[in-house]
Design a protein around this ligand. Structure first.
Ligand SMILES: Cc1ncc(COP(=O)(O)O)c(C=O)c1O
Length: 393
């Protein structure tokens, strides 16, 4: 890998493998398998495949490998394994390292499917899970035990945008030898310093900022070469959660522009947060990059920027929220994030509908809370759209 080059260069050239045609744009090797020159060659490859020797697309593929190398360069990780979705990455990272009798500590504020893996699937197979308020270091301290094997959390929570202190939690986990697994989707790989801060494993849903244009589902697990190739790869290749070559190509092209997109989206998110401050219809605006965020200093030291997501709290409830959503003319109603198109979501009735009212209250998800993923449109148009929609509330 070309480590000495800077990030923006690596995002365009990193991991590139050219075929005999010397193509400019990376090729999609849309093939499930590979031809061996001889029976002996096939046998040798099954015993030990070299870095550029492939066997079967579930095990690896040249286009997928290009994506893995490029994202590993961006994250500063030794290696990466690309997965069929973000959830395949979360499941693969945790299930491949845990076994019956192990103890896992996880932040409670998790995306619903992540919570299902931690609290339903893993516990069914004999892993004990303790859930904590991830922003409260005393709760981590109390929950982490000598037999804790891993800790898991989303570094920025969905949708309330609370930040978990990666360095502090890593210190507590490493004191008992537990591995630190961070779902870093909201922070984005552009602003990630998770490995430097102590995380052992970083996970992304590529469906978000990495694709960045709402086309494909995908994910990635990043960590040491030893963990990725000895722990994750055997689990993924035998259970079928690998990324398809077509998806890898889309994500590879997404990486070329991710730095430009995410920085522009972040700048717009900051402008929107500023424009909506003290709006009479709003009870609050949560933006990690705004000085009003209660963890602003931590955001600055951990990410250096506020990211692409905002949460706005209306003074009213669901009726007022729906009126706002329905009045928007540019910003679309959907549930993805990190897209080029700005997207609003009403978490209480969609992404977090399955939680009880009590669980939602505990996580701060009121019926007046709206999540906004800021896209790459002109920021003034987005501000104008939000202001005119607020008039309708
Ligand atoms: C924090 C977080 N982790 C994981 C996922 C799962 O990603 P995917 O939908 O690609 O499976 C999501 C998706 O919304 C998410 O928001």
């Amino acid at each position: 890998m070309t480590r000495s080059r800077r990030t923006r260069t690596n995002l365009v050239h990193g991991g590139t493998r050219r075929s005999q045609y010397n193509e400019v744009s990376e090729a999609i090797f849309l093939t499930q398998g590979f031809v061996y020159d001889s029976a002996e060659d096939a046998e040798a490859r099954f015993i030990k495949a070299g870095d550029d020797e492939f066997i079967y697309a579930r095990y690896g593929n040249p286009t997928v490998r290009m994506f893995e190398e490029r994202i590993a360069l961006l994250e500063g990780a030794e290696d990466a394994f690309a997965t069929a979705s973000g959830m395949a990455a979360v499941n693969g990272a945790l299930t491949s390292m845990l076994q019956a009798g192990d103890h896992l500590v996880s932040a409670r504020a998790l995306f619903g499917s992540c919570l299902y893996i931690v609290d339903d699937i893993l516990t069914r197979f004999g892993v004990e899970a303790t859930l904590v308020d991830g922003t409260d270091l005393d709760q981590w301290r109390a929950a982490i035990r000598p037999d804790t094997k891993a800790v898991f959390f989303e570094s920025m929570s969905n949708p309330t945008l609370e930040i978990i202190d990666i360095a502090a939690v890593s210190e507590l986990a490493h004191a008992v030898g537990a591995l630190v697994v961070v779902d870093n989707v909201f922070a984005t790989p552009v602003y990630s310093r998770a490995l430097d801060l102590g995380a052992d494993v970083v996970i992304y849903s590529g469906t978000k900022h990495i694709d960045g244009q709402g086309r494909t589902l995908g994910g990635v697990i990043l960590g040491s070469k030893e963990y990725i190739r000895k722990t994750v790869e055997p689990y993924m290749k035998h259970t079928g959660g690998s990324m398809s070559p077509f998806t890898a190509w889309v994500m590879l092209k997404g990486l070329e522009t991710i730095d430009l997109r995410v920085r522009a989206q972040t700048q717009s998110a900051g402008a929107i947060a500023e424009a909506l401050q003290n709006h009479p219809k709003l009870a609050g605006v949560v933006y990690p990059g705004h000085a009003s965020h209660p963890q602003y200093d931590l955001v600055q030291s951990q990410m250096g920027a506020g990211g692409t997501m905002l949460a706005i709290e209306l003074k009213g409830g669901q009726e007022e929220s729906f009126r706002l959503l329905n009045a928007l003319e540019i910003i679309i109603i959907s549930n993805n994030l990190g897209d080029a198109k700005s997207i609003v979501t009403h978490p209480a009735t969609t992404t977090h509908q399955r939680l009880t009212e009590e669980q939602r209250a505990e996580l701060g998800i009121s019926r007046g809370l709206i999540r906004l993923s800021v896209g790459i449109e002109d920021p003034q148009d987005l501000i104008d759209d939000l202001l005119q929609a607020l008039e309708a509330v």
